[in-house]
Design a protein around this ligand. Structure first.
Ligand SMILES: [Zn+2]
Length: 288
């Protein structure tokens, strides 16, 4: 089984996670730029983070046989902090980079005027760069937040086929698919969407324009939720083709629209004895 996790924050995860993901079939990931839990206090803090998503983390992932791409944006939560918003003026130079396959995560957290402004500007950046957009939907008041997000996406003029709305559930899946956008589902261990609920949604709406991710980060989350959902699909009678569509071909089709998703089959092996380094740093210990 081959798995592409279209939304996972590997910078917050361990090398054990990379090993377990490889063993479970994960061969490619997209890491969206997001909030780190600790509020950032200056734009420069974002630039070092973006550089890590473009440099160190793809190097680290490759040691474990996993190809790593990213999305770049000012996240919804920090769009409310005036210390952070100057980042919007610098995004152009990051969105031009080869491994950036979308603008994201953008969207609403508390639905403030500042978030309106950041969302509209970043959808325009997606249009300017011909990139897809990864749009987070708010965890509180999800139906109203999703509806408003769809209105803003429509008003922006971006092709809905280039937009995924993420963190959806049974209440919001239908309206998003009807809009022509892609529907993203984050499968979490305790709250929100579970793998069994995801299987129920797939039975209702089918497998077209669906992305399933673990959204694993520094909070309670599980980087193997993609595999667990694939297994739940198989147990529920979905075919191998259906599972492959949801877990591999759909994310490849969605991010492939960037023109930058270069999947390299020669990278599909872990490199335990690799002597390479990134700017002089490696993941080895003690010179071994
Ligand atoms: Zn996320």
């Amino acid at each position: 089984m081959r798995i592409f996790d279209p939304h996972i924050h590997m910078s917050s995860r361990t090398t054990d996670d990379y090993e377990a993901m490889y063993a479970a079939g994960v061969r490619a990931v997209v890491e969206p730029a997001f909030w780190q839990g600790q509020p950032r206090t200056s734009p420069e803090s974002f630039y070092d983070y973006f550089d890590a998503l473009l440099g160190w983390e793809p190097y680290r992932a490759a040691q474990f046989g996993i190809q790593h791409f990213c999305t770049i944006a000012l996240n919804p939560k920090e769009a409310n902090d005036p210390r952070c918003t100057p980042v919007l003026d610098e995004l152009d130079r990051y969105l031009a980079k080869d491994r950036v396959v979308a603008v994201g995560e953008i969207g609403y957290d508390s639905m403030t005027p500042e978030e309106d402004e950041a969302l509209a500007r970043q959808l325009q950046l997606a249009l300017d760069h011909g990139l897809p957009a990864l749009v987070h939907t708010p965890h509180r008041d999800k139906a109203a937040g999703t509806k408003r997000t769809l209105d803003v996406v429509r008003a922006s003029g971006i092709d809905p086929a280039l937009v995924v709305l993420d963190h959806l559930n049974e209440l919001t899946a239908g309206m998003v698919l009807d809009s022509g956008c892609w529907a993203g589902f984050s499968i979490y261990p305790r709250t929100k969407m579970s793998e069994d609920r995801m299987v129920g949604i797939l039975k209702d709406v089918g497998t077209e324009r669906i992305l399933v991710n673990s959204a694993a980060d520094w909070g309670r989350s599980d980087p193997l939720k993609t595999r667990r959902t694939a297994d739940a699909m198989a147990a529920a009678g979905f075919t191998e083709q259906d599972v492959d569509q949801v877990m591999w071909r759909n994310p490849v089709a969605f991010y492939g629209q960037s023109g930058r998703l270069e999947l390299d089959s020669t990278l599909d092996e872990p490199k335990p004895d690799d002597r390479s380094s990134f700017e002089g740093n490696s993941i080895r210990r003690g010179g071994a």
